[in-house]
Design a protein around this ligand. Structure first.
Ligand code: PXP
Length: 247
């Protein structure tokens, strides 16, 4: 099986920093440690309300990273202008609601097909790989392919929530949908990524899906870093991913 990439999302290093309004802990330092621990990319979400990552963080990441930046953003004119200025390796379009605590669902691509097709065209022309964050849903995947996205990232949040709440039937149904839709997206020529809510006890069935080329993981790794350090937390996640793909 092809090697699967691990993108480390550093948003919540910024969450901790912003709790005190200063400069510590520095997301750049976390990104450096993640690179040294073998992360294939760094993911950062510049939210409209700048609750964690800031414009200055994105600027600094673009200047200092030696691995690709996956820039997560909502489909707004403001974010498009920022992405076109920085031209990150990848842009992941996510839905965003001010009142949500985290990105709760996937993007409704099918409902906004025309607008999104026009929205991503300049990003693609600027050389960014455009990824669309969606639920494991056939009509959303078809719409993502039609608007010209190169990548879909499948939302694993419902699968992870069902697992951690002990709803194992629901978890297994979510996993079956992710499995089938990863294959379907791949059959349409889309590269498949996955993420949201993944932890040591949920990563392996997702990492084992042959079509899934990249996982983006943040909150759990930053939390686990409190207990074992960021480098070792990432190393263990990588070990589980490799184990899942070799068994
Ligand atoms: N992928 C996407 C598109 C996301 O929006 C997020 C959360 O910002 C993640 C992955 C990572 O999720 P988590 O922080 O729960 O690992």
């Amino acid at each position: 099986m092809e090697k699967q990439r691990l993108g480390v999302n550093i948003d919540h290093v910024a969450t901790v920093r912003n709790a005190r309004g200063g400069a510590y802990p520095d997301p750049q330092r976390a990104a450096k440690i993640a690179e040294e621990a073998g992360a294939d990319g760094i993911t950062a979400h510049l939210r409209e309300d700048r609750r964690h990552i800031t414009d200055a963080d994105i600027e600094a990441l673009m200047d200092t990273l030696s691995v690709p930046l996956n820039f997560e953003m909502a489909a707004t004119d403001e974010m498009q202008a920022i992405a076109l200025r920085h031209r990150p390796h990848a842009v992941c379009i996510v839905p965003e609601k001010r009142e949500e605590r985290t990105t709760e669902g996937g993007l409704e691509v099918a409902r906004e097909e025309n607008r999104l097709a026009h929205f991503i065209a300049p990003l693609r022309e600027a050389g960014c790989r455009v990824s669309i964050f969606i639920a494991a849903d056939r009509s959303q995947i078809e719409a993502a392919a039609r608007i010209g996205a190169e990548v879909v990232e499948l939302h694993t949040g419902a699968y992870c929530d069902a697992h951690s709440e002990g709803r194992f039937d629901a978890r297994d149904r979510e996993l079956a949908a992710l499995t089938e839709m990863a294959g379907f997206a791949h059959s349409l020529g889309l590269e498949v990524h996955a993420g949201h809510g993944l932890a040591y006890d949920t990563v392996k069935p997702i990492a084992a899906l042959p079509e899934v080329m990249e996982l983006n993981i943040g909150h759990f790794l930053i939390g686990e870093a409190i207990f074992r350090g960021l480098g070792p937390a990432i190393t263990e996640m990588r070990r589980l991913m490799v184990e899942a793909r070799s068994s």
